[in-house]
Design a protein around this ligand. Sequence first.
Ligand code: PLP
Length: 377
Amino acid sequence: MEFSTRAIHAGQEPEENFGAVIPPIYMTSTFAQEEPGKYKGYDYTRAGNPNFTNLEKCLAALENGQHATVFSSGLGGMSALLSTLTAGDKVICIDDVYGGTYRLFTKVFAKFNFQFEFMNMDDLQVLEKALQVGDVKVLWVETPTNPLLKIVDIRTLAQLSKKYGVKLVVDNTFATPYLQNPLDLGADVVVHSSTKYLGGHSDVIGGAVITNDVKLKEELDFMRKAMGFNPSPFDVWLTHRGVKTLAVRMQKHCENAMMLAQFFSSHPKVARVYYPGLQNDAGYAVASQQMRSFGGMISVEFKIDFESAKKLMKTFKVFTLAESLGGVESLVDHPASMTHASIPKEERDKIGLTDGLFRFSVGIEDSKDLLADFAEL
Ligand SMILES: *Cc1c(COP(=O)(O)O)cnc(C)c1O
C-alpha cells in the first residue's frame, strides 16, 4: 500500500468489542491476569500497552521497517538505544547534531565511559580512518541537520559503516518517513522525535526507534521496561492521530518552505538561505536523490546585527518565537539568543550561527500570511 494509506490504516484495525473505528485509549497501568502469568498480551504499561503496539505497527510500516518501539520522548528512545551498548564502546557522531543529543552523549553517557567522537562527515577518508580506531559500534547522523540543514549521503555512509561492522543510526526527525526512508538506503536504525512532524500539532512529546533487527527490537523493549522510558497511552494515541495526516501536512510544509526559500533568495536584506531544495545549496544534489522533497525547515541569514535581529523577532504576526518545530503552526528560532546562546559568539560565527541567522519551522498556514510577516523587512 502507498504511504498515505499506510499512515491511516497500519495499526488501526477497528476495535473488537464494539467495532470502534478508532481504537480506544487504554489508559491503564495494569492488566488483569486469569492466573499468574496468564494474560492477554499485556501485563503492565511500562512493559507494553495496546496503544503502543498500534503506533509501533504504523511507524514501522511508514519507515519500511520490521519493528518499532515507542518511547516517552526522542531522547528517551536515544537513551534506550545507547543503553544497548557497553562501556568503552565508541560512537562517531556528526558534529552539528541536535543539541539535546549532544548533551545526552557528552554529559550523561560519557560519564559511564562511552566514547564519543564528533566530526563533520564531508571528508570520507577522515571518517574511514576514524571508523578503524577504538571499539566503534555506531555511526550517528542527522540529515538535514539543525539549524544549517546540511545533507549527508546516507547510502555512502551505510556502505562505509557496513565495511567496518558499525551500525548506522539516522535521526530522521527533520525529514520524516514521508520524505526519506534511511532503512531503504542501508541504515540499520532510525530514530525519531515524534514530538515534531510525526505528532505534528505541538501538543505531545514522544519518540520512536525503528529497525529490521529483531534482536535490537527486543533489547529496546527491554530497555524501555527496565529504565522506564515508556510514554503515556494517551500521548501515543495523540501521536497516532497526528501521523494519519503526515502526508498532506508534509506536502504543504514543503510547498510553503520552498516558496519562502525562493522569496528570501532574491531579497536584498538576505545574506544567505539554507534550504536543500535550492539548486545552489550544497546539499541539493544528494537531497534530490535521497529525499522525495526538501522539507519544511529553512534557515536564513539576514544582513542585520544582534539588536536588529531582536527587533525583527518582535514584528512577526504569524511566526511564533519558540523552540521546537514540525507543528502545523509556523515557529521561528533565533539560535544566537535561544537554542545556541551558550556557545561563545566567535565559535558561533565560525560554524555559521551568526547573529543574523533565523531558523524557521514553516507551518501549513496560508502562504500569503507567511509572506506578509516579512513585508517590512
Ligand atoms: C527534538 C529533537 C530531538 C529530541 O526529541 P525530544 O522528543 O524533544 O526528546 C532529537 N533529534 C532531533 C533532530 C530533534 O529535533
